[in-house]
Design a protein around this ligand. Structure first.
Ligand code: NDP
Ligand code: GDR
Length: 375
């Protein structure tokens, strides 16, 4: 039985990856942080009675800022594969806590690599590092001749998050070259799902769209509607994480759909799922700063209701304007394909949020006021 250790197991990707590895017959260990309330919602369905001798899913308290803890867990688990997904992963928030992000997302990667080396597991343990399309920074001149970012495109990070992750990228590559370790970067473009954190733009949009349609929320406030992203489905991307560690040799890989769309398009597609058309004036907001609903055959919201507004507080000090990745290497060398296109992704997220919010609507109707704090 292969043994895997996942940092960031309570996050979006960690939860899908844990499911995939369990299906493949792995013993899965995960690092979770101590929190003042439960933080394992995404993996609760995988829980096994820890008193059972044959348990193959186990959680360990830990933190990427604590080397001794990382060394101890790796020593105890003796993993064949480590997936380092743990990170403070919100780009906007990284401007508020840049030093912490450097510590977790940058030095945290070093702590994993160094622990494997200190323990003498260089030959035994393969390492996946969660690198990111944020490394490219969206500079148009750095795209390849086909108009994409690929494994050879230069990096130019535009946030403390990107700057920390670029250290993680290079230290992973350096340990591969210096110590012959099977350590790989997956340069993943944005990937989303019904389990996406509520403050990333896609999930913020799908939640709010459903809540507006059900009368639970008045407006959706967003930042830059022009930003373009290459959005895929997390389920497709965690499959590629596993494939990267099964390859013949350690390399770095771009994972993307090869298509890009604006935040505005994602909004339009989400509202369309509940039968609401939006009136974008000249592709933006009206003179009062709003976008109105112009058609809603299925839900009881008034025509002309102002449902979307731009709030500059969501603008970033430096923005990544456009991302589009070239997954040609992953497709040709590892045979990776994605099953979800953007429409299928939006539909999946909207259906899931519709179910969730209908529960909330019911609770409201029977007298329970549900409050959801989210930015
Ligand atoms: P999430 O934000 O959903 O999950 C992040 C995970 O990291 C959570 O389990 C979180 O724990 C954990 N974590 C945060 N800080 C620490 C810490 N100090 N020590 C240990 N664990 C910590 O991210 P995703 O699942 O979306 O992303 C997974 C990885 O992939 C991240 O490294 C991200 O930067 C990277 N990435 C993501 C992309 C995407 O589009 N989703 C694209 C490219 C890269 P807790 O639940 O307690 O907060
Ligand atoms: P990103 O994802 O920064 O690309 O990082 P996010 O969904 O936060 O932003 C995407 C784009 O949408 C614009 N935007 C808004 N973003 C948020 N969060 N909230 C808003 O209200 C809003 N309005 C507009 C942003 O300005 C941006 O241009 C994600 C994370 O998962 C990273 O960890 C990962 O490395 C990259 O994807 C690839």
């Amino acid at each position: 039985m292969k043994v895997a250790l996942i940092t960031g197991i309570t996050g979006q990707d960690g939860s899908y990856l844990a499911e995939l590895l369990l299906e493949k017959g792995y013993q899965v260990h995960g690092v979770k942080r101590r929190a003042s309330s439960f933080n394992t919602q995404r993996i609760d369905h995988l829980y096994q009675d820890q008193h059972d001798q044959h348990v193959n899913f186990k959680l360990h308290y830990g933190d990427l800022t604590d080397s001794t803890n990382i060394i101890r867990i790796i020593q105890e688990v003796q993993p064949d594969e480590i997936y380092n997904l743990g990170a403070m992963s919100h780009v906007k928030v990284s401007f508020d806590s840049p030093e912490y992000v450097a510590n977790v997302d940058g030095i945290g990667t070093l702590r994993i690599l160094e622990a494997v080396r200190i323990l003498g597991f260089e030959k035994k343990t393969r390492i996946y590092q969660a690198s990111t399309s944020e490394l490219y920074g969206g500079l148009p001149e750095n795209k390849n001749e086909k108009g994409f970012y690929d494994e050879n495109s230069p990096f130019y990070p535009r946030s403390p998050y990107g700057a920390a992750k670029i250290y993680g990228f290079w230290i992973t590559k350096n340990y591969r070259e210096a110590y012959n370790m099977f350590a790989c970067n997956g340069i993943l473009f944005n990937h989303e799902s019904p389990r996406r954190g509520e403050t990333f733009v896609t999930r913020k949009i799908t939640r709010a769209t459903v809540r507006i349609a059900l009368g639970l929320q008045n407006k959706l406030y967003l930042g830059n509607l022009d930003a373009k992203r290459d959005w895929g489905h997390a389920k497709d991307y965690v499959r590629m994480m596993w494939m990267i560690l099964q390859a013949d040799k350690p390399e770095d890989w771009v994972i993307a759909t090869g298509k890009t769309a604006a935040v505005r398009d994602f909004v339009r597609m989400s509202f369309a799922e509940v039968g609401i058309e939006l009136e974008f004036i000249g592709n933006g907001v009206d003179e009062k700063g709003y976008v109105k609903a112009s058609n809603n055959p299925n839900f009881q919201i008034e025509i002309g209701k102002e449902v979307l507004a731009v709030d500059p507080k969501y603008f970033r000090p430096t923005e990544v304007d456009i991302l589009i990745g070239d997954p040609a290497k992953a497709k040709s060398k590892l045979g990776w394909e994605c099953n979800y296109d953007l429409q299928a992704l939006v539909t999946d997220m909207m259906q899931s949020d519709l179910e969730l919010m209908q529960k909330e609507q019911y609770l409201n109707e029977v007298g329970y006021k549900t409050l959801n704090y989210f930015e």
